[in-house]
Design a protein. Structure first.
Length: 152
């Protein structure tokens, strides 16, 4: 399936038409809806003897024409902008590495400092554990000496 333009895929129905469509019969709404799709899909104009449908069709068709004109203008503007940006022969924006990449390792150095701090904290905790073990060992030793002195 080939790629289709947005204007070939969809069209806008205005919320303001709801009141007008509510005033006509179901048969008239069906004819008008069919005319809308025929116009948008095939470009076929709607011709009817019903004066009410003719009035509604003229206003609806004007909105479609205005929307199509706006859409085409937007497409042309986008094409010009794309040509301005990518139509240059001398563009080098993505051809090389930016000059400021030499400063990208700053975070790594900060991470090293954090790791060093963690190691220092770990050593301090080990020292505290060793001190606690010494205190416990010396307390146990003194208890043993007391017990030994009682039995001697």
């Amino acid at each position: 399936m080939s790629k289709q333009k947005q204007s070939d895929v969809a069209f806008l129905m205005m919320k303001q038409w709801r009141e007008q469509l509510a005033l006509i019969s179901d048969e008239q709404r069906g004819k008008l809806l069919t005319a809308i799709y025929d116009y948008q899909c095939d470009g076929a104009d709607f011709d009817t003897d019903d004066a009410v449908l003719k009035i509604l069709w003229v206003s609806i068709k004007q909105v479609f024409e205005i929307n199509n004109k706006k859409y085409e203008e937007m497409c042309e503007k986008n094409k010009r902008n794309i040509k301005k940006r990518w139509g240059k022969d001398d563009t080098t924006v993505y051809d090389r590495i930016p000059n400021d990449t030499k400063n990208t390792d700053i975070d790594i150095e900060k991470d090293k400092d954090i790791d060093t701090d963690i190691e220092i904290e770990t050593e301090t905790e080990k020292d505290r554990e060793a001190d606690t073990d010494k205190d416990c060992n010396s307390a146990a030793l003194s208890d043993l000496l007391i017990l030994k002195s009682r039995f001697d």
